[in-house]
Every structure is written in C-alpha cells, then in structure tokens.
Design a protein around this ligand. Structure first.
Ligand SMILES: NC(=O)C1=CN([C@@H]2O[C@H](COP(=O)(O)OP(=O)(O)OC[C@H]3O[C@@H](n4cnc5c(N)ncnc54)[C@H](O)[C@@H]3O)[C@@H](O)[C@H]2O)C=CC1
Ligand SMILES: O=C(O)[C@H]1O[C@H](OP(=O)(O)OP(=O)(O)OC[C@H]2O[C@@H](n3ccc(=O)[nH]c3=O)[C@H](O)[C@@H]2O)[C@H](O)[C@@H](O)[C@@H]1O
Length: 439
C-alpha cells in the first residue's frame, strides 16, 4: 500500500519506519525545511534508539521518501496519516492549528479517493471537524471524491518507540466507514494484537483516557510515597504488594519525582479542558496534576532539610531527560529542579548521556560536566533525576571520593539503599522507610 505520513516528528517518523517495515511505500511530509534536509541525510531530529538505522535503510531502498509539500505525494497515496503536534493552549485545551491546516491541505490537493487517518492525539469531535474541513475544500474545488476518516491513536513510548509501534498491546480503529476499516486491516496486516473497531469519538476518548489513567497511577503512588515516609513504610514494597493483584497491575507504580514528557502533562490538561467545556469537574484529574506539580518541590525540600541551606551549595544533577533513552526534555522534572535550586541560590552541575545540548539552550549558565564523575566533583549532594542505566552501574565508591559531602538523593529509587549506605553515603529516595534512608 502507498501511504503518506504528515509530520516528521517522533510519531510521524516512527510510524513511517514501522509502516515501511510492514512492506508499505511511505512518503513523509514535514513542514520544517531544516528537518526535511536533515531527514534526507538520514539523520533524526531527535534521539531514538534503532530508528535512524531503519530510516537510512528505507531511504536507500527507495521505500521511504521525505517531502516538504503534501501536493508532491498525496496523489500517489491510498491513505494519509496525520501525525502533527497538538500542543497545549493557555487554557490547557489542545491546539489543533496544525491538524486543521493538514485537513485543509488534503481537501485542497487530493485528486483521488482517500482514507485519512488521525494519529495525532486530538479531542473528541476532532475527527468530525477534519472530515468537514476536507469536504469544504473539496466542494470549493467542485470535486466529488470518497474521503473516509479514521481515528487511529498512537500508544508508543519514547525510548521504546519502534518496538511499541511494531508490537502494540492493541490497535484502536475508530471509523464509520467499512471501506476505511478494510484498508486499515491491510495497513496493519502483519501486527498481531487485539484490534478494537469503534466510533471515531470513542477512539479519540480512548487515547486521552489511557494517558490520564497512567498519569493517575503515577500520581497515586507518588502521593502514597509521601504517606509511606510518615508511616515508616516502603512504597516500593507497597507497590509490589498491590501490583500483584491483576486488577491493579504492577506497571506504572514506580514512585519518583513526577511524570514529564510531551504527552502526560499535555493530555491530562486537555482531558480536563474537554470536561470543563462540558461543565464537568474531573476531580481525579485535578488531583493528578496537583500532585505532579508539587512532587519535585517536595523532593527538593527533602534535600534542603538534609543540607539545612541550599545557598552556595553545589548540587549535581544526574539525568536531565524526562525519562531514560531519550534526549527529550519537554516538561522534564530536571527543569523544575533547576528552577527551584536556582531560586534557592545553589550552584548546579549537570550530566546526561543525551539531553545536555537541549538543556544548554535554556540554561547556559549551568556547569555541563563531561561525565557523571565530573558532575559530582566537589558536590555537596547528588540528585538522581533520570534513571539512565549508566547511573545504576557507575562506580559509586569512586564517585564518593570526588564529592564534598557523600549525599545522594535518588529521585527515581534507582539505586540500592543498602549498597549506598554500605559505601558510606547518606542516601534517601522517594517513599522509603527509616531503615532504608539515612547514612
Ligand atoms: N511523542 C510521543 O511519544 C507521542 C505523541 N503522540 C501524539 O502524536 C502527535 C505528534 O507528536 P510528536 O511526533 O511527538 O510531535 P513532534 O512535535 O515531534 O512532531 C510533529 C511534526 O509535525 C510537523 N508539522 C507541523 N505542521 C505540519 C504540517 N502542516 N505539515 C507537515 N508537517 C507539519 C512539525 O514540524 C513537527 O516536525 C501529538 O498529537 C502527540 O500528542 C502520541 C503518542 C506518542
Ligand atoms: O501519548 C504519548 O505520547 C505517550 O505517552 C506515554 O509515553 P512517554 O511519555 O513516552 O513515556 P512514559 O514511559 O509513559 O513515561 C512518562 C513519564 O512518567 C514517568 N513515570 C513512568 C512510570 C512510572 O511508574 N513512574 C513514573 O514516574 C516517567 O519517568 C516519565 O517522566 C505513554 O506511556 C504512551 O503510551 C503514550 O503513547
């Protein structure tokens, strides 16, 4: 099948590479010329393990091509996937400017019957609006074509993007058209997982409801962590104990310094905005956001209690990306921590295997270390912000010799409390009991 994917970001590129892996011929359309040039050289505009090699492979084989304009490839396609961004507006609702623009372009340029598939995360009702925008342009041109719309939300995680795209837990296909359903079956012919056929509106809601539920799980366990510290209980054991109940499930119960990234914060806000527009208050969503907003400050306050005063202290941040295996710093806990530590007059050194350049653009005044050991030189405390594997496996005994004070605050519960204490550190994490923390 011949497919055009509009948007050369995380989702657009990963989806395109996955579709090419399934044997389809794919055209990617990207509005940003610099990105088009970069992609044409086989370079990703972001870090995602395994995707760049595949992109180069398919560019060389001719199965994948990059374009700047939709009109260059739309008429060679059976389906067009929309994978452009849907960022937050000031009131929390999703900004659909890019999605609407693509819908209008589709209506303006298509000369053939099409299936239009929305991969972008969009509010309930957007599919219908996309449909109307396309039809309006078609009628202005006086052409009568069969354009069927589908909502096919994406559930991939950054850092595991290609694996998730090729091995999804489920595929959701929202459409009222039998023809579109048939084409979507052919698109995903080689993926083996449950497929849910539903209405466009249900599919749109499923995406937000999934992300919000996962965010809620994280905020629940983070709030529980605060209580565990007061009651001398250990949130990791509590999470393990509850997670073994199949009705609860053990994933996404890692307590830490809050969720970040380009999606959970944005999508929880957008779902709350959808409810607000309907005159409803979503109490669980409000609490989820409030807990997440205060979790980093709660953690920095713990550090301050250990050091008494942060003014003039050197604090080393290990990890800057919002999670490991990505260079993405959107809504990362590291940025909130940098803000809080700067307000409290601490001096900050940072190290991250991938995300340093992105943070340097925002905060050039920090010390950007060449390694984790370099970041820890003369530090009064280390804050483990992102659980990169290399921090788990580093030589902490050697690191301790570099530090002014052997204090490690583990924002991701990634290290072993007993090992760190045996090495002579004052160690604390998130939601640990009295025997686990301390020195
Ligand atoms: N990043 C992620 O892990 C996931 C994101 N999503 C959703 O997918 C959508 C896209 O997200 P990302 O790929 O992360 O965004 P992104 O910001 O990385 O990429 C979007 C791309 O679309 C391009 N673009 C904007 N308007 C365009 C137009 N008219 N024509 C061609 N290209 C255009 C932008 O220049 C950008 O390169 C969002 O709705 C997001 O919520 C869904 C699942 C996972
Ligand atoms: O819509 C999206 O964009 C995507 O959002 C998330 O994926 P992603 O943001 O890439 O990353 P996650 O692995 O979900 O992590 C999000 C944040 O939650 C935090 N987290 C995750 C799990 C956990 O137990 N505890 C926790 O604090 C992570 O550190 C990270 O900051 C979802 O997991 C994907 O299914 C979805 O497609």
């Amino acid at each position: 099948m011949k497919i055009t994917v509009v948007g050369g970001g995380y989702v657009g590129i990963t989806t395109s590479v996955a579709l090419a892996s399934s044997g389809h011929t794919v055209h990617i359309v990207e509005i940003n010329k610099a990105k088009v040039n970069q992609l044409n050289k086989g370079k990703l505009p972001f870090y995602e393990d395994g995707v760049e090699e595949k992109l180069r492979w398919f560019l060389t084989s001719g199965q994948l091509s990059i374009h700047h304009q939709l009109e260059d490839c739309i008429n060679e396609s059976d389906a067009v996937f929309i994978a452009v961004g849907t960022p937050s507006l000031a009131d929390g609702s999703a900004d659909l400017t890019a999605v609407d623009a693509v819908a209008e372009q589709i209506g303006s340029y298509t000369e053939r019957d099409l299936v239009v598939v929305t991969k972008s995360t969009v509010p309930v009702g957007s599919g219908e609006k996309i449909n109307q925008l396309i039809r309006q342009k078609l009628s202005e041109r006086g052409v009568d074509l069969m354009v069927d719309t589908v909502s096919n939300p994406e559930f991939l995680r950054e850092g595991k993007a290609l694996y998730d795209a090729l091995h999804p837990d489920r595929i959701v296909i929202g459409t009222s058209s039998d023809r579109a359903r048939h084409i979507m079956k052919a698109v995903y012919h080689d993926l083996h997982c449950p497929v849910i056929y539903t209405t466009i509106e249900n599919a749109e809601m499923i995406k937000y409801a999934s992300n919000a539920f996962l965010a809620m799980k994280i905020s629940y366990v983070n709030e529980l962590a605060r209580l565990c510290e007061r009651t001398n209980t250990n949130v990791q054991h509590v999470a393990e104990g509850i997670g073994l109940d199949k009705r609860i499930g053990s994933l996404f119960l890692n307590a830490g310094i809050g969720y970040g990234g380009s999606c959970f914060p944005k999508d929880v806000k957008a779902l709350e905005a959808i409810a607000r527009q309907q005159g409803l208050t979503m109490h669980l969503l409000e609490a989820t956001m409030r807990i997440n907003e205060t979790q980093t400050e709660w953690f920095v306050n713990k550090l301050q209690a250990v050091l008494h005063n942060l003014g003039g202290k050197k604090i080393a941040l290990l990890g800057l990306s919002f999670k490991p295996d990505t260079d993405d710093i959107r809504e990362a806990a590291s940025l909130k921590i940098i803000h809080l530590l700067t307000q409290r007059n601490a001096s900050i050194s940072v190290y991250d295997p991938q995300a340093m350049e992105n943070v340097k653009n925002l905060h050039p005044q920090l010390y950007y270390a060449s390694s984790s050991y370099d970041a820890l030189k003369n530090a009064d405390a280390a804050l483990l912000v992102t659980e990169w594997e290399e921090f788990k496996h580093m030589d902490w005994e050697k690191a301790k010799m570099n530090m002014k004070q052997p204090i490690v605050m583990d924002g991701r519960n990634a290290l072993s409390p007993s090992v760190m204490k045996k090495l002579g550190f004052y160690y604390d994490g998130v939601g640990l009991n009295d025997t686990q923390k301390g020195g």
